[in-house]
Design a binder for this molecule. Structure first.
Ligand code: SAM
Length: 262
């Protein structure tokens, strides 16, 4: 009865069955005994045992499904379990004196939102498995068709690397799409943008109209300063949002912020 209930509750989640891939994901994080690890969505613990084998200073498991937590508690008493939605986790509240690393085979329906929050709000090295297409978007650079708001946003705070692709056959149930593992290396604090709410609005606004030219998208905010910015940056207002690097979005925001709705 309980098993049936658990299966129903976990519907839509694909659990990793391949220990070699689980180990490879955890190895990519390069855990040392000084690291404090957070695992998002440990599920049935596919990654958890390899994390503990690496003997980090601490391990926190953030799992939303209350039916999965008791087994995790029993199997991994050395970990601290937080029965919580990762979307509501306070990433800004992590102790700045600790060396944080975050890992997870993320729930695909909320992976982009979780990564968006983590990249901007904490200083952690991260390894995530996500849908292959999302991995491509997060790691693509300017000019690519895959480059969009999430690429600009995450790359404003982190260097991102595409590590490897994972086929559907290693999950149960088998998803319809490929997955991939990506890694984030946080930029130094002085390289990260300030006024991040305004920047988020500008980036989302521009990519809403990704096929339009910047001049048309931003027509209400164009001033001499924007023309000067374009000339200095070697872009034209006929370019589309995908032509701008994360740094160019930041400098554009500084130019228009007095007019841009906050
Ligand atoms: N790490 C496991 C593995 O590799 O087999 C499970 C991965 S499964 C794709 C995603 C896990 O995240 C599930 O255990 C699910 O219950 C959990 N989850 C889903 N949404 C969540 C959320 N918003 N916050 C925290 N955990 C979540």
């Amino acid at each position: 009865m309980q098993t049936r209930h658990r299966a129903k509750k976990s519907l839509g989640q694909n659990f990793l069955q391949d220990a070699n891939i689980a180990r490879k994901i955890v190895d990519s994080l390069k855990i040392s005994e000084k690291d404090s690890i957070i695992e998002i969505g440990p599920g049935q613990g596919a990654l958890t045992k390899f994390i503990l084998e690496a003997e980090p200073e601490s391990l926190t498991l953030v799992e939303k499904d209350r039916d999965l937590a008791p087994a995790l508690e029993q199997e991994y008493p050395e970990a601290s379990i937080q029965l919580q939605d990762a979307l509501k986790f306070d990433w800004t509240g992590l102790d700045p004196d600790k060396n944080w690393k975050i890992v997870g085979n993320l729930p695909y329906n909320v992976a982009s939102k979780i990564m968006w929050d983590i990249a901007a709000n904490c200083n952690a090295t991260c390894v995530f498995m996500v849908q292959h297409e999302v991995a491509q978007r997060v790691t693509s650079g300017p000019g690519s068709k895959k480059y969009g708001a999430i690429s600009v946003w995450i790359q404003s705070f982190c260097k991102t690397d595409y590590l490897f692709k994972v086929p559907p056959t290693v999950f149960k149930p088998k998803p319809k799409v490929d997955s991939a593992v990506i890694k984030f290396f946080p930029l130094s604090e002085e390289k990260k943008p300030s006024d991040i709410e305004g920047l988020a609005k500008l980036v989302k606004y521009c990519f809403q109209y990704r096929r339009k030219q910047l001049g048309k998208i931003l027509k209400s905010f164009i001033s001499d300063a924007v023309h000067e910015w374009a000339e200095n940056e070697g872009v034209t207002l006929k370019d589309r949002p995908e032509a701008l690097s994360p740094l160019q979005f930041q400098s554009l925001y500084k130019c228009i912020k007095s007019n841009f709705p906050s």
